[in-house]
Design a protein around this ligand. Sequence first.
Ligand SMILES: Cc1cc2nc3c(=O)[nH]c(=O)nc-3n(C[C@H](O)[C@H](O)[C@H](O)COP(=O)(O)OP(=O)(O)OC[C@H]3O[C@@H](n4cnc5c(N)ncnc54)[C@H](O)[C@@H]3O)c2cc1C
Length: 388
Amino acid sequence: MRALIVGGGAAGLATALALHDRGVASTVLERRSPAAAAAGSRLTVAPNGLSAAAALGVLADLEAVGAPTDENLLVGATGRVLGTVSIGVPLASGLRGLTLRRADLVAVLAEHAAGRGVEVRADARVVEVDVADGAVRTERGERLRGDVLVGADGVRSLVRRAVDPGAPAPRYVGLTNFGGVTADPGIAAGLRPRAWTMVFGRRAFFGAHPLPSGEVVWFVNVPEPPIPAEVRATTTDDRWRERLVALVQDDAGPAAALIAAGRLELAGDSTYDLPRVRRWRRGTAVLVGDAAHAPSPSSGQGASMALEDGVVLGRELTAAGRGVEEGLAAFERARRRRVQRIVAAGARASSSKIPGPVGARVQESVMRLLFRTVVTERGGAWMTGARW
Ligand SMILES: Cc1cc2nc3c(=O)[nH]c(=O)nc-3n(C[C@H](O)[C@H](O)[C@H](O)COP(=O)(O)OP(=O)(O)OC[C@H]3O[C@@H](n4cnc5c(N)ncnc54)[C@H](O)[C@@H]3O)c2cc1C
């Protein structure tokens, strides 16, 4: 059996590694050049995703490039502490989460893939998908086919359009995303270590995480309509920073200072999720990662689900006595309920960042109660306690 994988992000590379470890060779086609793939912002991989990373043999290298994250400290606009929520059920080593650049996550997976002899082709954009034949055509006119065709090409997946032409378009979750990093050991020392401090601000949601280097990584979610591509292309970083500072300056904490002195890594990104893709597979083609089930970033689970998908697809596709189509059906059975539940949880987390019609004080009191009773490590154990 040979797999053809469209997309060299977390899902595509995890799938390639899992298949390789079970004796199946793959070719991964990635549209971006290695330099373009190095751009982008940070994310936190939850314990369930770290467990999948361990199953793929890449956890030690992720720990070398990531900062440990244990919890989220949740704060209101006035600085009132609303609660502390664990990132999730710890691994046996005590590790709960890792915050790292998305590019570093992908680079570690890509290095392992290259080291194990997986063929990963950069600058290989797929422009046509022939599901019936398990084949694709690249921008350069090359035609390739695999015994199994894996669509790991993200939330705007081309493979998904071929697998399920009626699939709903991605849904805007109502928030734009900005992210950056600021070298300020003074502010870093004042933040809770190994934690995201998250502020439910008056006009924006803000998060900051100190790194052992004395830098602070931060993000801002702004409730607003999606930002058009032409606005993104013509707005300077200085202008974005001014706008973000104006949005957070009335809130308690170091948000305004961090943004004003920081370097943007992500600007004007509009966030989409995929509520439900009816079909994940057709014949010998299957969707994984964001292509099948993009959650809102607020779930903190997209990368973890992508890694989990790879591990489970590798296992189900290579189980003894199964044909490809049976293996893909078993993969969907093993995954669908879990990922849909996580996508739904992510949509709820996104809407909690959008100030509602009730007053801030009332909203904060409700949240304090929720963070004590519902949004807890125990309450989320079904999600973060999964082990692979
Ligand atoms: C702002 C933001 C913050 C986030 N924070 C977190 C977080 O804290 N924790 C977390 O777990 N997740 C987070 N996520 C989600 C996470 O980044 C994604 O869920 C995860 O990267 C999905 O991996 P993937 O491989 O499925 O898709 P992608 O990462 O989108 O990878 C798809 C790949 O396919 C390639 N591709 C696309 N089309 C083609 C084509 N036609 N031909 C060839 N290649 C193609 C793309 O270039 C890309 O490399 C966040 C997302 C965003 C936007």
